[in-house]
Design a protein around this ligand. Structure first.
Ligand SMILES: [Fe+2]
Ligand SMILES: [Fe+2]
Length: 401
């Protein structure tokens, strides 16, 4: 999908699709790619660029600007809502192409700009929360939303069109498939899953700050939400704000994620029996992840969505199996709240795996262990499968409440 695309009178998308990068932040898989959305707002007197793109895409970005603005017309400002290099990587090239262009950001942006790009002094225009920047016939209004996703993060409203440029907020993985706007695609099938995965991976840890940001977003009464990744929201604005509100309040759906490690198949058999027992007990949604195969990015997404998590682990060197341990560390770091935790495990000559998972549950805020904890020596026997069925029934009962 090639830029530019018109959002409104004097407002265009000049972003790019990235279908090449394997891992976002060199961490999170991008099987469907991602877009870096950048925008241009043209006033009667001045032109502002809103964010830029990853450095890899400088030629496409400059080409889009050239086609939109035509020869001789130069942007006056580059508004940096968020300085992370997936948006500011092109900053140096943009400044080189358009001498005299000033970078617009808040005090934190200015501090980071100096260190990240060596840009400062008169080249930077510092704005504060609620400040406006006149472009002629329209103005930009800035709202600071720190820690969604970095301390310098802000949103920018174009008063002329009502488009609110939101940075990472309301963004998602998946390159744009010809559809720039939410009402041009099927949101539940093509947008929400990758948007939740992005939220859980990137933004979710800062949920308390999201809760502070949302009233600010609503107060600006946006007619469109234009994030820096994924679709532009113009049809389902209330819906997407509602999703963010729900996710950042740790509200969940009644389902179960089973995440297990298994070296020789015993733990896997417990997980298989459990998945069917949960269905038979009336649980509508069950997600199963073998942690040797599923990237934690997807498990985290499912745990963010569903109320219950069952962790299965062998005992490995007196502790939790490494792949399971990595997931638990990630979950703890993301500060998920109020989940139901089921535990299954195996051991040979000494315990330790199940004990480690239990300790994890006790450290997580508002988590509750659902009994019975199932632990088999070497390999599960009939009694362990009966315990798994009891665990399924107990989880189902808790999810109905
Ligand atoms: Fe970011
Ligand atoms: Fe980003």
């Amino acid at each position: 999908m090639l830029a530019p695309v018109r959002l409104s009178e004097g407002v265009h998308w000049v972003g790019v699709n990235d279908r090449t990068t394997e891992l976002f932040e060199n961490l999170w898989p991008l099987p469907h790619g991602i877009s870096y959305n950048a925008y241009v707002v043209e006033g009667a007197d001045r032109i502002a660029l809103i964010d830029a793109v990853k450095g890899l895409f400088v030629p496409d970005y400059l080409d889009a600007l050239e086609r939109l603005l035509g020869p001789g017309r130069q942007p006056d400002y580059l508004v940096v809502n968020h300085l992370e290099p997936d948006h500011s990587g092109a900053l140096g090239a943009v400044r080189a192409r358009f001498p005299g262009l000033r970078v617009v950001g808040n005090r934190k942006t200015a501090e980071f700009l100096e260190h990240l790009h060596g840009v400062g002094g008169d080249d930077v225009l510092v704005v504060g929360d609620g400040d406006t920047l006149d472009l002629g016939g329209r103005a930009l209004r800035f709202g600071l939303v720190p820690m969604v996703h970095w301390p310098e993060t802000m949103v920018t409203l174009d008063t002329g069109s009502g488009v609110l440029f939101t940075g990472d907020v309301f963004g998602g993985y998946r390159a744009l498939e010809g559809a720039l706007f939410d009402d041009e695609t099927h949101v539940p099938a093509r947008v929400e899953g990758e948007m939740l995965r992005y939220f859980a991976n990137i933004v979710g840890k800062y949920s308390p700050m999201v809760q502070k940001a949302l009233p600010k977003v609503r107060a600006l009464e946006p007619r469109m939400l234009a994030p820096s990744h994924g679709v532009v929201w113009r049809g389902a604005i209330d819906h997407v704000i509602g999703l963010y509100d729900r996710w950042s309040r740790h509200e969940t759906d009644p389902g179960v994620t089973i995440a297990y490690g298994s070296m020789y198949g015993g733990g896997e058999r417990l997980a298989e029996r459990l998945s069917r027992a949960l269905r038979e007990a009336g649980v509508a949604t069950v997600r199963v992840h073998n942690l040797a195969r599923s990237h934690a990015s997807y498990v985290l997404r499912d745990v963010w969505r569903y109320r219950a998590l069952v962790v299965g682990t062998p005992t490995y060197n007196l502790g939790v199996f490494p792949a399971v341990d990595a997931l638990l560390r990630l979950l703890e770091d993301k500060r998920l709240e109020r989940r139901l935790l089921g535990i299954t495990g195996t051991y040979g000559w000494s315990g330790g795996g199940v004990k480690g998972v239990r300790a994890f549950g006790e450290r997580c805020p508002g988590w509750e262990v659902v009994e019975p904890v199932v632990e088999a020596r070497f390999t599960p026997k009939a009694g362990h499968f009966r315990q798994v069925e009891e665990l399924a029934a107990n989880l189902a009962a808790r999810l109905e409440r």
